[in-house]
Ligand binder design. Structure first.
Ligand code: PLP
Length: 242
């Protein structure tokens, strides 16, 4: 078995044990393999090992990879920050967008979603660790944004995404993820929708997926634990990749 196949297997095992320990069904959280900075060949290897769902953060880096993998039936998640000049391509190429922070961006994605494709699945990014991170909307603002997005015709609001500050403090990890889970519950009540319509908590990465699953994650986004450590990109290279 190749290194990527073995790492994927280990990751699926972590997810299965975490689901079991949380008293949730064995397949309670789907795995998004985050391939940013890794070549299409690495993703193809993951596909050969059974992986179908992939995440990318930088549009310019992602587009050629999507082209190179167009022969495979993959589900693509855009998980990076969405700039308004990138919405057209994101709306055309991806199945999901996780980092929605502004109504304006959501409107553009809805307007630009090609008519022949199903509605674009979206998650609102919430900032559950306000002091430590700048990405995402404040929990207080998330419900209003959810209401505005829920009515956009070509988007399907699925739930919330969050990236808490990295910490070794397991209690803190749990507290942050729990806050996102409670917010999803509140959003269901406020919007008057069922758990079927608002079914997604995108949270948990290589270092904290157990805590996230324990608190209700339905999608975990894992890069390092599958593909290995990412090369540190020079800042200017990173800017170009976005
Ligand atoms: C890179 C990235 C991940 C994967 O992080 P790892 O720690 O490598 O598992 C998950 N989510 C987002 C939004 C990312 O940008």
């Amino acid at each position: 078995m190749g290194a990527i196949a073995a790492a994927l297997q280990a990751c699926q095992n972590r997810i299965a044990s975490a689901c079991q320990e949380a008293g949730r069904p064995a397949n309670c959280a789907r795995l998004i393999a985050v391939g940013k900075t890794f070549p299409a060949a690495a993703l193809r290897e993951a596909h050969a090992a059974g992986q179908r769902v992939f995440g990318e953060s930088y549009l310019q880096e992602a587009l050629p990879k999507l082209e190179q993998l167009a022969d495979l039936p993959l589900e693509w998640h855009f998980i990076g920050p969405v700039q308004s000049n990138k919405t057209r391509q994101i709306a055309a190429r991806f199945d999901w967008v996780h980092g929605i922070e502004r109504e304006k961006i959501a409107q553009r994605l809805s307007e630009q979603r090609p008519a022949n494709l199903p509605p674009l699945n979206v998650c609102i990014q919430v900032n559950v660790s306000a002091e430590a991170s700048k990405s995402g909307v404040a929990p207080e603002a998330a419900l209003e944004l959810a209401g505005a997005i829920a009515v956009l015709p070509n988007l399907r609001l699925r739930g919330f995404m969050t990236i808490p500050e990295p910490t070794q403090d397991i209690e803190l990890q749990h507290r942050r993820f729990r806050q996102a889970a409670e917010l999803l519950q509140t959003a269901r009540t406020t919007l008057g929708v069922s758990a079927i319509d608002l079914d997604t908590l995108s949270m948990g990465m290589s270092a904290d997926l157990e805590a996230a699953i324990h608190e209700g994650a339905t999608l975990v986004r894992v890069g390092t634990a599958i593909f290995g450590a990412r090369p540190t990109m020079e800042n200017n290279t990173l800017e170009q990749a976005r």
